[in-house]
Each structure stands twice: as structure tokens, then as C-alpha cells.
Design a protein around this ligand. Structure first.
Ligand code: ADP
Length: 401
């Protein structure tokens, strides 16, 4: 069974073709600068890298070019894509699991654009494109928010007037759910505890970052909120700030909504603090002689430390701490900064293991560490493919027009 996974951004389209018998990625890549000039598609098909420069007016042009490449290489005539899984960032108030896309589901994803105006519209365009190019093939929406949907009410409620929150759906939704679920399941396997009985803190640290408390197989708290702006500092996003900062900027700097959104999403975080870069690797390259780069790194690491401490309290203990995504998987200095300050929990890092590069799931804590620390490479695409398979093989899948 072949599943195509699509992740559509405003000017990009990521794709993965997964063979579900072996859970193996046959082809993956990205089309970039869609709708802009000088677009290109990069791919790896069965280990071979390729690149094509072309102007792509829209997602349809990008996806049809990708499909031509796949049909010339891995996707032979007798093989069909059995289902398509779409990453959808925001599921809004009603989706607690992946959904077969019907007109009603699509309408609800459109309504959830209210909360994610930058993310959901491109996903909708990706869905429309795939429906046009693959008529009759079932399509599944996999939401970043779904894993967090059943957090306790006290964890997702903001201190705002209750009726207002209810009317507008203002609550903590959380994101990166497929990644947190995937790495938490892998961590449970690694430490030999049933997923349904473990307390795991997962730190997904990339350009966007979030931390999640996973208790007995469920997300019980997470650092991102109504939008992916809340939580620790990120590449260019501020993370949590005192809401009074917003009112001060509105009043004193006469900023309006779009100016504020741009400041908080694009000019803050590691970039804003360091003045150097939004990229953690570049920050680490200069932080020995650049105090603001050092400060940016410490603000991120300290934020991660505080979430781990509070989630250990939320779960009355912790059985494992896991790092994943670009920074979590690769930054030994950041993991070291955080874990050295977790001695009170019984965490003891093995610095040699911490500095050893590997693409495998692994522990980086010392054998005697009371709480194991793991590094697990995330694989959101595989999770989306699994969900697309589960939904289309367990439901009477009736494809949409
Ligand atoms: P996204 O959230 O866009 O998927 P990634 O998960 O790819 O992002 O993470 C990108 C981040 O990972 C960047 O800040 C990058 O600098 C960081 N990163 C990647 N490799 C390293 C490394 N070796 N050391 C430190 N940071 C790294």
C-alpha cells in the first residue's frame, strides 16, 4: 500500500511517498517558491538526489510536476496511491483525531483558519489540488492539534472571561501533536515501559518548538497554545510574553494588529534576542564571543528547563525526558545546559553519548540516571502515513469529489 503525505505551506509543498508494508519512504522532497519567481523542486528518490528549477504558479503545478517525477521513477503503472495524508496545523475546537476528508470536514478546516490564518489556508489549497489530481483517492486530514485535544480542562483553560473563551474557542490547543506522540511512543519502547503507563516529557525543539507532558499515553499539557506563538522562544517567534507587553506596544508604539503579528512571529525569538540569526546552529557557532547570541541560547535552554520542571510536577514524576527535531536531535550544548540543571530529578547525562552523532533512537543519560534522557529523531510523515492508512482502512472510506 502506497501513501502520499503532503504538507502544504503558503509557498512550499513537502511530499513523501511511503510504502506501508515496510513503512519505508520511497521518495521525499519539497517544492519551494510556489507562486513566486525562480521556483524549484528538490527530491530524494530511492536514495538519489535531484533538483529541478521551474516557475510554479500554484500548488497544482508543483504537485503535477512531482507526480511526473514519481511516475518516471518509483511509481509504476500497476501501482496506485491508495490514500493521501495531509498535515493540517489547526483542527479547531472539534477534531480530536484524524479525519477522512468530506465536504463537512473541509468546511470545518476552513473555519479553523480563524485560529491559524497563516497555516490552514495553504493546507486547504493542498487538499483541493490533491482532490483534482487524484479523483477518487481517499484523503485524510491529520491535525497537529489532535493529540492534545483531550488535555484536562484546567490545563487548556486561559484566565479570560469564560463566556468569551467559549464563544471564540479561545483555549490551549497545542501543536506538533504527531511528533510528540511519535517520539513518546518510541521513548516508551526504548525504556521498556508500556506507553499507556509512562510519564514522558517530549521536547520538540526546531524552528518552532514545543514541550509536552505525555501521561499514560495522553498529552496532558503542552507549551504552545491557541496558536504556535506560546511557549519557549523559537527561531523568530517570541514564545510567551506578558500580555502587558502587547498592550504597551499597542499604546506606546502605536502598533496595529498586523505590525504586532509580524514582530512576534518574524522578528523575535532567537533572532530578536541575538540580532545574529534565527538558526540555533549559527547561534552556537558565535556564542563563545557574542554575548547576545549566548543570551538567546540561554533564554531558550532556560525555558525548556522550566517546562520540564513544571511538567514533572504536573505528572507527579517523570519516567523519561526526550529531545527531538532539529535542535533537540543535534544540539549537544543545549541538552547539556538543560540536563545539568535537572540533577534534582536524578538526571545524570553521559556527556560522551550526548556528543556522539547518530540517527538512531538512543539514550544519552548515564546508566545510573534515575530518569533516562532520550534523543529520538522525529518522523511526522510516517505518523501521517500511518493515520491515513488507519482511517482509510478502518472506515467505509467514501472519497470526496
Ligand atoms: P522545523 O521546525 O522548520 O522543522 P527543524 O526541526 O529542522 O525545523 O529545526 C531547525 C533548527 O535545528 C535550526 O535552528 C537549526 O539551526 C537547528 N539545528 C540543526 N542542526 C543543528 C546542529 N547540529 N546544532 C545545533 N542546532 C542545529
Amino acid at each position: 500500500m502506497l501513501i502520499l503525505v503532503l504538507n502544504a505551506g503558503s509557498s512550499s509543498l513537502k511530499f513523501n511517498l511511503v510504502n506501508m508494508e515496510e513503512e519505508k519512504t520511497l521518495a521525499e522532497g519539497i517544492a519551494e517558491r510556489i507562486g513566486l519567481s525562480e521556483g524549484f523542486i528538490r527530491w530524494t528518490i530511492q536514495g538519489e538526489k535531484g533538483r529541478l528549477e521551474l516557475d510554479m504558479a500554484n500548488h497544482k503545478k508543483a504537485l503535477s510536476t512531482i507526480m511526473e517525477r514519481l511516475r518516471e521513477s518509483v511509481l509504476h503503472e500497476d501501482q496506485d496511491v491508495a490514500a493521501i495524508g495531509h498535515r493540517v496545523v489547526h483542527g479547531g475546537p472539534n477534531f480530536s483525531a484524524s479525519e477522512l476528508i468530506t465536504p463537512a470536514v473541509l468546511a470545518e478546516i476552513e473555519a479553523a483558519s480563524f485560529y491559524a490564518p497563516l497555516h490552514n489556508p495553504p493546507a486547504i489549497s493542498g487538499i483541493h489540488t490533491a482532490q483534482e489530481l487524484f479523483p477518487g483517492v481517499p484523503q485524510v486530514a491529520v491535525f497537529d492539534t489532535a493529540f492534545h485535544h483531550n488535555m484536562p480542562e484546567y490545563a487548556y483553560t486561559y484566565g479570560l472571561p469564560y463566556e468569551l473563551s467559549e464563544r471564540l474557542g479561545l483555549r490551549r490547543y497545542g501543536f506538533h501533536g504527531t511528533s510528540h506522540q511519535y517520539v513518546a511512543e518510541r521513548t516508551a519502547l526504548l525504556i521498556g515501559k508500556p506507553f499507556g503507563e509512562a510519564r514522558i516529557i517530549t521536547c520538540h525543539l526546531g524552528n518552532g518548538s514545543s514541550i509536552t507532558a505525555v501521561h499514560n499515553g495522553r498529552s496532558v499539557d503542552t507549551s504552545m497554545g491557541l496558536t504556535p506563538l506560546e511557549g519557549v522562544v523559537m527561531g523568530t517567534r517570541s514564545g510567551s510574553v506578558d500580555p502587558g507587553v502587547i498592550t504597551t506596544l499597542l499604546e506606546q508604539e502605536k502598533m496595529d494588529g498586523p505590525a504586532l503579528a509580524s514582530l512576534l512571529n518574524k522578528r523575535s525569538g532567537l533572532l530578536g534576542i541575538s540580532g545574529v540569526s534565527s538558526d540555533c546552529r549559527e547561534i552556537e557557532e558565535v556564542m563563545d564571543h557574542n554575548p547576545r547570541a549566548r543570551l538567546a541560547h540561554e533564554v531558550l535552554a532556560y525555558g525548556v528547563l522550566k517546562y520540564i520542571g513544571s511538567y514533572a510536577a504536573a505528572m507527579n514524576g517523570v519516567d523519561a525526558i526526550t529531545f527531538t527535531a532539529g535542535i533537540g536531535e543535534n544540539s549537544a550544548p543545549l541538552r547539556s545546559w538543560v540536563c545539568q540543571r535537572l540533577a534534582f530529578l536524578g538526571v545524570e547525562l553521559d556527556e560522551t553519548a550526548n556528543h556522539t552523532r547518530s540517527k538512531a533512537d538512543r539514550t544519552i543519560s548515564a546508566p545510573g540516571s534515575r530518569v533516562p534522557v532520550a534523543v529520538i529523531p522525529t518522523n511526522e510523515e510516517l505518523m501521517i502515513a500511518r493515520e491515513a492508512k488507519r482511517v482509510t482502512t478502518s472506515t467505509e472510506a467514501c472519497p470526496v469529489i
